[in-house]
Design a protein around this ligand. Sequence first.
Ligand code: HEC
Length: 197
Amino acid sequence: MKKLVKISLLALIATVSINASEMGAKELFDAKCAICHKTTMPKDQNSVIAPMAQGVMFHMREALKDDAKIKAHIEDFVINPSKEKAICQSVNRFGLMPSQKGVVTKEELSKIADYMVKTFNMTPQGHKKMQQGMQKGKQNMFNQIDTNKDGKISKDELVAKKGFMANIMFSRIDANDDGFISKEEFLSFRGKKGKMQ
Ligand code: HEC
């Protein structure tokens, strides 16, 4: 009887620790990366500060193909990011990712990179769909903000929907400075660097 209890206890410990190491990678990613790299399509495209995890991995795979090379690139880039090394075009939209040195250890990063390679798979069709989904989200948002339905957004309309901070955003999105945001300006606005591109 005693032996049985011991064995089942051992089995329990084994399963728990397997689960912990499996969970570990996801939890690490969620805690250290998902704050910026979302894994589900955010509702508000203009509040996005980094490319989606699936999008990042799509470009990694297109460029590097091999899982080991992708892992090595992630492990290097996260600690020593540079514009020259960046594979995703996102660096033009969001600016360079801040180095995560001191935020993740080497071991954690290795786990995270492994998890990303295993978890985020996206076909070219899936990637296209994601981009279309993002555009559609922006279209819907434009229609929501344009409360008087005149096909353009005034500063008052933007502030009414997005709050005080929208005052600052307005002139950035209004690329030709005519005092209104046209649908084209809204759809082509790409985050904080939009006007400088
Ligand atoms: C503070 C926000 C932020 C955090 C936290 C963050 N990233 Fe990023 N990351 C970005 C931005 C912005 C970009 C796009 C610009 C660029 O490539 O530098 C990016 C790009 C990337 C890229 C693409 C590199 C390339 O070659 O184009 C990878 C891979 C990546 N991040 C991995 C990670 C991992 C793994 C973590 C967690 C350990 C993480 N990031 C945490 C903001 C962040």
